[in-house]
Design a protein around this ligand. Structure first.
Ligand SMILES: [Fe+2]
Length: 354
């Protein structure tokens, strides 16, 4: 039985993107195995990606067009990819590992999955707080954990900081996603560092006491519940609501999203998706070139644009995001959040966040 993954080659022929993108498989049940593929003629870079946005492929195509380097992409969820990489060890075909969330990036770095990269372009283009201080991974996009508010239930003006979710006035009106979700774990890590463990514990207990209903398993389900007035306020990554507003997920979601107000806590907790060169990369120069491209000013809005995330700098040139307004990031780095992850999960469990 082969344990090796297969890849999809980009670029995708012009005009057929949508159809071919649908063929990008998950990691399970892949055929044919890599070994059976014909040998590559051109330079290439092999990417394992935990991102799940069909628009990502367009940026890889742009890279191939600019450099002649073919991108071979394997997409799945973060944990499947990490597991796969671990099993493959030094035989891995991955050159670049893309993960969503600071904690996952930090954990992968701690497990030795990346190698440090010295690149003047990356140092210049990726702000210090959005990359690993040791150069093992680099942020690609920013995402903000925001309040999704139903103004008919909760006054948006009453929500200024994450701490406000624990106010007794919100009893029966707060909705949360489950503890298992890394977005919330990173938010708790953030609050522990900024406010201390005791304040964070009290905050969690307060939010749990305010819950309108059991925890959700996805940000989108939570956003819909807010829109329907089943929750007055919940925490979501704002790009989910942006995507609903764009109509990408259908007319019903678009209509629901119109009832949601996005409010950015001040200061706001910022998370990242990011990439690094794998420890056993066979195409290291191409891997570095790809990450440099993805973070360069020319492609800076690339990933962010298609997924309604924010670019590394600025707020993005997108009418929906402009409607959400600006935000003021708190002073924590992605690396700090990653280091605090285990303690955050433990604090959530102890204080009743299911
Ligand atoms: Fe997400």
């Amino acid at each position: 039985m082969s344990t090796r993954p297969s890849f999809h080659s980009l670029p995708i022929p012009h005009g057929r993107s949508a159809a071919l993108l649908a063929l990008i498989p998950s990691l399970t049940g892949l055929v044919p195995a890599l070994a059976s593929l014909p040998p590559a003629q051109a330079k290439e870079v092999r990417v394992y990606s935990g991102r799940h946005y069909s628009s990502d492929a367009a940026l890889f195509q742009q890279f191939t067009k600019a450099t002649g380097i073919q991108v071979r992409l394997l997409e799945s969820n973060d944990s499947t990819i990490i597991e796969r990489l671990r099993n493959e060890g030094q035989n891995s075909s991955a050159d670049v590992l893309v993960l969503v969330d600071a904690a996952k990036l930090a954990n992968a770095a701690a497990d030795g999955m990346f190698q440090p990269v010295g690149s003047a372009a990356l140092m210049r283009d990726v702000p210090l707080d959005l990359r690993d201080p040791k150069g093992r991974w680099f942020g690609l996009t920013r995402r903000v954990r925001a309040f999704a508010v139903n103004p008919a239930v909760v006054n948006p003006a009453s929500l200024k900081t994450y701490a406000d979710l624990a106010k007794p006035a919100l009893k029966g009106k707060v909705c949360l996603r489950n503890r298992n979700n890394v977005y919330n774990q990173s938010l708790v890590a953030d609050q522990m560092i900024l406010r201390g463990d005791r304040a964070a514990a009290t905050w969690i207990k307060g939010m749990v006491a305010n819950l309108a209903q059991p925890v959700f398993t996805s940000d989108v389900a939570l956003a819909r519940a807010v829109a329907q007035g089943r929750c007055g306020v919940g925490l979501v990554n704002s790009y989910y609501v942006a995507r609903m507003l764009s109509g990408q997920s259908g007319a019903a979601d678009k209509a629901l999203a119109a009832k949601i107000r996005i409010v950015y806590p001040n200061p706001a907790h910022i998370n990242v998706s990011g990439a690094g060169v794998t420890r056993y990369a066979k195409n290291k120069p191409e891997a570095i070139q790809l990450i440099e491209f993805l973070t360069s000013p020319t492609a800076a809005e690339g990933f962010a644009k298609g997924s309604f995330e924010y670019p590394l700098k600025g707020y993005g040139n997108n009418p929906i995001l402009q409607r959400f307004g600006s935000f003021k990031p708190d002073r924590l780095s992605a690396a700090q959040l990653g280091a605090q992850n285990k303690a955050a999960v433990a604090l959530m469990a102890t204080n009743g966040w299911k």
